[in-house]
Design a protein around this ligand. Structure first.
Ligand code: SAH
Length: 355
C-alpha cells in the first residue's frame, strides 16, 4: 500500500488545487484531474495532461479504484452484487439494484463493523478499518463503469456503520454531490444507522439534506438492547429525540427499518407498541413528522439462530401499523438467488483465504 502518497480520489477540488499548486503547475490542471478521476479515468490515462506532469504527480500521489473481485448477477431481477478488492487486500460488498426510477447502489462504509447487532453478518469478525472517501466514492464509480450505466441513487446500507466513520462519510457525501463530479443530489442519497445519537445530531447540522434511515428493529428498550448493543448507550427515547432534531433541521422524511425476527419482535403486541411509540413521540397535533417503516423479514445467517417471521405475521404487522396511521411496507427482496444482502460474500472469501 502506498500510504505515504496522497490519496488523489479522496481530495476535494480545493485540496487538488493545493497539490497542483505545490507542483508549480497551473490551477486549471486540478479541475481536469478532478473531472477525469470522478469518471474513473486514472491520471496516467488522461490525454489532456502532459508526461512530465503525470510523472511528478505519480511521485506525490496515487489513484486507486476498487476492482471487481467477484460479481454475481441475479437471474430474477438483474440485481448485481459486487465483491470489491481494495488496495490493501481487504474486500467490501456493494449491490446495484435496478428500479424503474434508475439504478441504486448500496455501498459499504467500513471493512467489517464493531456495532455487534446480533442478527447481522457484517459484524461477526468485528471492524477491520474505516473506508476512505476515495473507497466510498470508488464503489460507485467502479460499479457504474462495470455495469455501463449511470447510478442515480445511493444507499449507505452495506457493510459497516457509516456514522462510526463520520468524517470520511461526510467528505464522500460532498465529493459525490459535487457538480464537477458524479453530481448525485442529496435527495437521492440515504444513510442507514443503528442509532449513533450524537452523530445523528451532528449530521443534522451539516448542510446535507440526505434521507436518514434508522435501524430500529424493536419497540421497547429491553428487546432492542438484547439485539443491538448500541441501545445500551442511547435509549429509544434518545434516538427518537435525535430523529426529531434531524427532521427539524433538514425537513427530510425519516425511514425506520424493522427487521422481523420470529418470536422476538414480530407479535401483534409489538406492532401496536411500535405504532404507539412513533405516534406519541414523533407526531402531535401541531407537528406531523413524515415517517415510513420498512419491514424486512430477517435474512437468516448461518452463524446465528434467528428465524425469519412467516408471511402471515409479516402481513399482520404491516396491517396493524397502517391501521394505526403509520405507513409501513414490506421490503421487496431483490437478488434473492444471489443472496444480495450484505456481509456474506466477504465472509465467504475470508473463509476461503483462511484455508
Ligand atoms: N450499520 C448501519 C447500516 C448497515 S446495515 C445500520 O445499522 O443501519 C443495513 C440494514 O440491514 C440495517 O437496517 C440492519 O439492521 C439490517 N440488517 C443487518 N443484518 C440483517 C439481517 N440478517 N436481515 C435483515 N436485515 C439485516
Amino acid at each position: 500500500m502506498e500510504t505515504k502518497k496522497a490519496d488523489l480520489l479522496s481530495l476535494d477540488l480545493s485540496e487538488t488545487e493545493a497539490l497542483v499548486a505545490s507542483m508549480g503547475e497551473a490551477r486549471y490542471r486540478a479541475e481536469q484531474l478532478f473531472v477525469g478521476m470522478h469518471k474513473g479515468v486514472s491520471p496516467a490515462e488522461m490525454t489532456n495532461l502532459g508526461k512530465s506532469f503525470k510523472e511528478k504527480l505519480s511521485e506525490l500521489a496515487y489513484f486507486y479504484i476498487p476492482t471487481v473481485e467477484r460479481k454475481l448477477v441475479s437471474k430474477i431481477d438483474g440485481t448485481i452484487k459486487y465483491l470489491f478488492l481494495l488496495n490493501d487486500g481487504n474486500c467490501v460488498e456493494s449491490v446495484v439494484m435496478k428500479y424503474k426510477h434508475g439504478n441504486t447502489i448500496c455501498i459499504s462504509s467500513q471493512v467489517g463493523c464493531r456495532m455487534g447487532c446480533a442478527f447481522c453478518a457484517s459484524t461477526i469478525g468485528g471492524k477491520v478499518r474505516d473506508l476512505r472517501p476515495s473507497e466510498l466514492l470508488g464503489q460507485v464509480i467502479a460499479a457504474s463503469l462495470d455495469c455501463g450505466e449511470r447510478i442515480s441513487n445511493i444507499v449507505m446500507m452495506g457493510i459497516g456503520e457509516p456514522l462510526d466513520n463520520y468524517d470520511n462519510v461526510i467528505k464522500f457525501l460532498r465529493l459525490v454531490g459535487h457538480e464537477k463530479g458524479l453530481n448525485i443530489g442529496y435527495r437521492h442519497i440515504s444513510l442507514s444507522t443503528c442509532g449513533i445519537v450524537d452523530k445523528i445530531k451532528k449530521l443534522a447540522d451539516e448542510d446535507l439534506a440526505i434521507t436518514l434511515s434508522i435501524s430500529l428493529h424493536a419497540s421497547d428498550d429491553e428487546t432492542r438492547s438484547s439485539i443491538m448493543p448500541i441501545n445500551k448507550k442511547w435509549s429509544i427515547d434518545e434516538l427518537l429525540d435525535a430523529c426529531k432534531y434531524y427532521f427539524s433541521k433538514t425537513g427530510r422524511r425519516i425511514s425506520f427499518e424493522y427487521t422481523l425476527i420470529s418470536g422476538k419482535n414480530d407479535s401483534a403486541e409489538a406492532a401496536k407498541r411500535l405504532a404507539r411509540l412513533l405516534n406519541s413521540r414523533l407526531r402531535s397535533r401541531t407537528e406531523t413528522m413524515p415517517i415510513h417503516v420498512n419491514l424486512i423479514p430477517v435474512n437468516e445467517v448461518s452463524e446465528n439462530d434467528f428465524v425469519r417471521s412467516d408471511k402471515r405475521s409479516v402481513e399482520r404487522f404491516a396491517e396493524i401499523l397502517n391501521g394505526l396511521g403509520i405507513r409501513a411496507t414490506v421490503r421487496r427482496r431483490l437478488g434473492a438467488d444471489i443472496n444480495a444482502s450484505c456481509g456474506q460474500l466477504r465472509r465467504a472469501r475470508e473463509a476461503e483465504n483462511d484455508k
